[in-house]
Design a protein around this ligand. Sequence first.
Ligand code: C5P
Length: 209
Amino acid sequence: MKVLITAGPTYERIDPVRFIGNYSTGKMGFAIAETFAANGHDVVLVAGPVQIKSENPRIHRIDVESAAQMYEAVMSEFPKVDGAVLCAAVADFTPITVADKKIKREGDNLVIELKPTQDIAAAVGRAKQPNQFLVGFALETNDEEAHALDKMRRKNLDFIVLNSLKDKNACFGYDTNKVTILKANGEKHEYPLKTKKEVAQDIYDNIML
Ligand code: C5P
């Protein structure tokens, strides 16, 4: 198979030296990419700005910075793959204008107006063919399952991997994660705290079933 994986944060530029970002490290997406590659599949890994390296030569990496660049890369690669796992923490908003010079400190408050970015997962969900799979992630702080199920339906995902910020040692930056997989066919699998490598294997197994 050939699979597309997104990983890491996006950076939305404010001026030549500043951006709006988030705490995603890319560890979960890179672990999924390594798992597919280790099992003999070709991987296109669209990565936001991250500090980690991909190791397996079966991983073809496309580095991007912003949500708009990630959207372009994903939409051009998706028709060529058997499915996608969208793990990236894509910015939901981006500045309407990018200052061409460093913004100077002034007395008053600074207001930066933001516009929504494209929802990559939703666009991929609309483009998805019957022979392609699509897996997304949800990070929720409240009413986790209801929100995740709603996202899965809205974005036309086959399943969604839910991580909750309520779980200690899970999520951004940690090497461990605690997930629940909710499937469009109604199945629900709750897993204990595991390493991201083990979670990647669980996600892989659910796709290959
Ligand atoms: O709506 P929310 O951001 O919580 O959905 C999370 C899922 O959607 C993740 O799989 C994430 O990678 C994807 N997503 C995306 N493009 C966006 C926002 C989220 O692909 N602009």
